[in-house]
Design a protein around this ligand. Structure first.
Ligand code: NAP
Length: 315
């Protein structure tokens, strides 16, 4: 069997890298699988203005480089590959990259979540340049501009309400003629004079080279197209937690998020912890993800110390 590590960390967004920083400083010599697309969702943003400590803001990818550098300073070993398989049913736990096996006494899962996207070429090209998946992060950049928001769930309506603080108007673009959002959120949206609705509509294209100039809508009933003059588009059609690897290994909730004991990062398997967006569908912020990464490292460290004590004394 390969060497048994104290701690493996799967995922390299704010939660995984913060867990690595704390675990490294606790002499746990963590091995962190950062994946091919390292850095998490902040790699898809431009300016980040709400991460404390950066009063002038910082670019998302630059912030993640700093996270990585700081984790590396304290002895984190990075594996730049995606994990293909895990086995949490036996100890030490197993993690595989291709045929290479890693064994560890504890694991922190921090694989994050991915915002669902529409799948348009123009959407990918303008992401971070007028197209965003996070109103809390980017709303501030759209002061006094007309905005569009795609989706009809609680997130879309909550973010539409938030965006009315900045925008001249917010147009909710929904593919059906009724919202999925809860009644109370609907009532608030309908009562807000800055919010308009385009029912039975989907985004056919987003027009602009380096910024959003306008959006082309397609009527889902008639197929007719029309132009909507907005200078920003928020795509808020839900998130998918990156938990395919853990199905059958850890308890997941109905939406696929890892279930953790309230107030902790403990999962259904003792010695396996989960931090960040993979277990949080409420806050989803870099700072809260980082905070829960810190919690996971502290909990893993205490759990390992307890296990050592137990092995020595039998108590
Ligand atoms: P959601 O409830 O799954 O809603 C996603 C919305 O996006 C739906 O309206 C859906 O349309 C639409 N949609 C999905 N795929 C689409 C596509 N390809 N093109 C166009 N539209 C598409 O997701 P969510 O709003 O992120 O909410 C997730 C969970 O968190 C929910 O349980 C929600 O209640 C909860 N939440 C609660 C609050 C709160 O209570 N304050 C706030 C945020 C989220 P259809 O309606 O046609 O399916």
């Amino acid at each position: 069997m390969s060497a048994v590590h104290d701690l493996l960390i799967v995922g390299s967004g704010p939660s995984g890298l913060t867990a690595a920083l704390y675990a490294g400083r606790a002499n746990l010599a963590p091995v962190l699988f950062e994946g091919i697309a390292a850095g998490g969702q902040l790699m898809l943003t431009t300016e980040v203005e709400n991460f404390p400590g950066f009063p002038d803001g910082i670019l998302g990818p630059e912030l993640m480089m700093k996270f990585r550098e700081q984790a590396g300073r304290f002895g984190t070993e990075f594996v730049t590959a995606d994990v293909d398989r895990v086995d949490f049913s036996a100890r030490p736990f197993g993690v595989w990259v291709g045929d290479t096996e890693y064994r560890a006494r504890s694991v922190i899962v921090s694989t994050g979540a991915s915002a669902r996207m529409l799948g348009l070429e123009s959407e990918a090209r303008l992401l971070g340049h007028g197209v965003s998946t996070c109103a809390t992060c980017d709303g501030f950049f759209f002061r006094d501009k007309p905005l569009g928001i795609v989706g009809g769930g609680d997130s879309a309506i909550e973010e539409a309400l938030f965006l009315t603080k900045f925008a001249t108007k917010v147009v909710v673009i929904h593919r059906r003629d009724g919202l999925r959002a809860s009644k109370i959120m609907q009532d608030r949206a309908f009562a807000n004079e800055k919010i308009e609705f385009r029912w039975n509509s989907e985004v056919a294209d987003i027009v602009g080279d380096h910024a959003v100039e306008h959006v082309v809508l397609r009527d889902t009933v008639t197929g007719d197209t029309s132009t909507l003059d907005v200078q920003g588009l928020f795509v808020t059609i839900g998130h998918d937690p990156n938990t395919a690897l853990f199905t059958g290994q850890l308890d997941l909730d109905a939406d696929g998020y890892i279930v953790t004991v309230p107030g902790s990062t403990r999962t259904s398997v003792e010695g396996v912890f989960a931090a960040g967006d993979v277990q949080d569908h409420v806050y989803r912020q870099a700072i809260t993800a980082a905070g829960s990464g810190c919690m996971a490292a502290i909990e893993a460290e205490r759990w390992l110390a307890h296990a050592d004590h137990h092995a020595r004394t039998g108590a």
